[in-house]
Design a protein around this ligand. Structure first.
Ligand SMILES: *Cc1c(COP(=O)(O)O)cnc(C)c1O
Length: 421
């Protein structure tokens, strides 16, 4: 039996209707920006496996560090114990995170980092003697699939069975020049009339909403209002973190810095899962007390796993090298050149870019998961390029180490795909 046939026997894949989509391509190897299937065919990983392996698959620097760590200390409970990989990672993060961040709390994935951020915000107010239960979030935001993260995400057609169990969330539109007066008014009104604990947002780029981008100045105004009213600002940088926007974190384009930041995905460079929720001294101090109950009683078994911490540390070291910074500059420029050309195409409605994140909307109305998406996806894969269109949006978010040649191929195949739609 082939891997694909054996897969069908016992495996249940994420985000998949198995009746409609029973087949899953078996990948046996990955290196740099390339994936290889069980037939030996290669694919350029144009989305860095959901923006995780930004320094390239099986990066030798990172795998060497991780192998070494595996021989030394595999795992130890992080409640009551500590270890050097976690300490070094915290120190490295303090060098690159927005300056107001002081403490880091570990978990396992982007969704848990968001759930933790929400719990931190709710308990922050609770510990300060105030019961605030409402969270403000952006429409079309995506923050993950656990209950808390799902609650603050934009309403999805797939949320039906769970909606009655969501936490209390108010959604505002993503701010634009056109709607800003109304959005700002609604934001102020919500804070005035409700007990708002926190405002959560993906700074500047909403990943799952097909790389929707919005202006830093507008978000900054909302953050200033939130801060005036002690509404904690939660920046979900799970997608935007670690250089993708052209700065280490998207929040660095803003004047008002978040109280809490969520990190995952490329945090561990695609090797192993881990997430971090960082916060300011102000947030942390609200949990310090002689009363044990004011502590943050949340903990995952694999918190601060030394191997994951080592992968994260090695990733941050690479991010800071001239080599990777040059890659970011090179890709940013290549995207801009491609954009100048492709945006004239009659099948292209709109394009947008921030750093190495590039997206183009097709001039075609369609359901988000309509047939065209599969037609395009299949065309890309047949041509050796792994891209996953979101609705009528094609986006590129490739590993920083993608070569010029590979990048040009991605552009060429996208251009050719416009001919089949
Ligand atoms: C992917 C993502 C999440 C969820 O992360 P998981 O590791 O898939 O749980 C949360 N927020 C943003 C912005 C994401 O892109």
């Amino acid at each position: 039996m082939t891997l694909q046939e054996r897969d069908k026997k016992h495996l249940w894949h994420p985000l998949t209707q198995h009746k409609l989509h029973p087949n899953h391509l078996a990948i046996t190897k990955a290196k740099g920006a390339l994936l290889f299937d069980d037939q030996g065919k290669e694919y350029i990983d144009g989305i860095a496996s959901w923006y995780t392996c930004m320094y390239g698959h099986c990066n030798e620097y990172i795998t060497a560090k991780v192998s070494e760590q595996m021989q030394q200390l595999d795992h130890v409970v992080f409640a009551g114990f500590t270890h050097e990989p976690a300490i070094k990672l915290s120190e490295a993060l303090m060098q690159i995170l927005p300056k107001n961040q002081e403490k880091i709390f570990f978990s396992d994935n982007g969704s848990t980092s968001v759930d933790i951020a929400i719990k931190m915000a709710l308990q922050y107010h609770f510990n300060n003697g105030e019961k605030r239960g409402k969270i403000i979030a952006l429409e079309d935001g995506f923050h993950g699939d656990t209950f808390g993260a799902m609650s603050v995400s934009g309403l999805s057609v797939y949320n039906g069975p769970f909606e009655d169990f969501f936490i209390d969330v108010a959604r505002i539109q993503v701010p634009t020049e056109e709607n800003f007066t109304a959005v700002k008014k609604q934001f102020v009104e919500l804070i005035r009339t409700h007990k708002v604990a926190a405002f959560i947002y993906e700074p500047l780029v909403q990943g799952a909403a097909a790389m929707k981008m919005f202006k830093a100045e507008l978000l900054d105004e909302l953050l200033a209002i939130a801060k005036e009213h002690n509404v904690l600002c939660i920046a979900d940088e799970v997608m935007t973190g670690f250089g993708k926007t052209g700065k280490d974190f998207a929040s660095m384009y803003l004047t008002n810095q978040p109280d809490i930041i969520c990190l995952s995905k490329s945090l561990t460079a695609g090797l192993v899962p881990m997430a971090i929720t960082s916060c300011t001294e102000k947030v942390y101090n609200a949990f310090l007390s002689d009363d044990i109950g004011k502590g943050f009683f949340h903990g995952h078994t694999y918190s601060a796993n030394p191997i994951a911490c080592t992968a994260a540390l090695a990733g941050i070291e690479l991010l800071q090298t001239q080599e990777i910074q040059d890659c970011i500059e090179r890709i940013t420029k290549a995207h801009a050149d491609f954009d100048a050309k492709i945006k004239q195409h009659p099948k292209v409605k709109e394009t947008r870019q921030l750093g190495v994140i590039y997206a183009l909307d097709l001039n075609i109305e369609m359901d988000r998961y309509g047939d065209l998406r599969y037609k395009l996806f299949n065309f890309f894969m047949e041509n050796g390029v792994c891209l996953r269109p979101l609705g009528n949006t094609i986006y590129i978010l490739a590993p920083y180490v993608i070569t010029d040649e590979q990048l040009q191929k991605v552009y060429r195949i996208i251009e050719e795909s416009l001919g089949i739609i």
